[in-house]
Write a protein that binds this ligand. Structure first.
Ligand code: PXP
Length: 239
């Protein structure tokens, strides 16, 4: 299972003071040197954390499996076509939300989603859709021609401990369905040291994307330690 480290919130901290520090490009480099398997960056329409230059620099300067998280808009698709990262994850985006608040509605999405998938997959970019663990959304993702889904783990991760086993079972069923439909399965949102183990134990999930917790806890213990601890928990769950 790959761990993709989302460095958006290094940029949040940088932007709080308007300077260049801390630098998300440096965080991407340190993540890779510390055992991460990839880096995720979400360029939001309002550029509230990652900026275009951060994404361009990581694509050009850091040896990583860059996962460009983006909304299905002409602006983002054109940028992704230009940068050609190995992977992109299409998410819903609302300007007022604090973070991505739910999965994409692949069923109700307009024709541009299908066009975006076709254009990006045609360039050899692995396209995933960020969806809820819901059978009809997963089936629609396969129909649309995406190669992967990223399962939204936020409901599971935010639930009280006693409610989590049932929600993890739902994610496991969704991952099995995705695999049976020929989709690669990733997962992410809200995962922590406390909640990673049941997710990492789902064999069909080949990548987790973790941001806020890793960057936040790295304030206290450092990014290399946080990544090593998370990788250790993932490896233990896989065994
Ligand atoms: N995956 C997707 C699609 C996301 O939107 C986010 C949040 O940016 C994450 C994973 C990572 O979530 P978190 O920052 O809560 O770990």
């Amino acid at each position: 299972m790959r761990l993709s480290v989302n460095v958006d919130h290094v940029a949040t901290l940088r932007n709080a003071r308007g300077g260049n520090f801390p630098c998300p490009v440096e965080a991407a480099r340190i993540s890779m040197a510390s055992g991460a398997d990839g880096v995720t960056m979400h360029l939001r329409e309002d550029r509230r954390h990652i900026r275009d230059r951060d994404l361009e620099r990581v694509a050009a300067e850091v040896e990583t499996r860059l996962n460009f998280e983006m909304a299905a808009t002409e602006e983002m698709v054109a940028l992704c076509e230009r940068l050609r990262p190995p992977a992109c994850c299409i998410v819903p985006e609302k300007r007022a939300e604090l973070t991505t608040e739910g999965g994409l509605d692949a069923i109700k999405a307009g024709p541009f989603l299908a066009e975006a998938i076709k254009r990006l997959a045609g360039l050899g970019i692995e396209v995933s859709l960020f969806v809820e663990p819901n059978a009809s959304q997963i089936a629609r993702t396969a129909e649309l021609g995406a190669q992967a889904i990223e399962l939204h783990t936020g409901t599971y991760a935010d639930a009280p401990a006693e409610a989590r086993p049932a929600l993890a079972a739902k994610l496991a069923d969704a991952a099995a369905l995705a695999k049976s439909l020929g989709l690669l399965c990733h997962a992410g949102h809200g995962l922590t040291y406390e909640t990673i183990t049941p997710i990492a134990a789902i064999p069909e999930i080949s990548e987790v994307s973790i941001g806020h917790f890793l960057i936040s806890t790295s304030i206290f213990e450092g990014l290399p330690t946080a990544i090593a601890r998370m990788k250790g928990l993932i490896a233990a769950a896989r065994r």
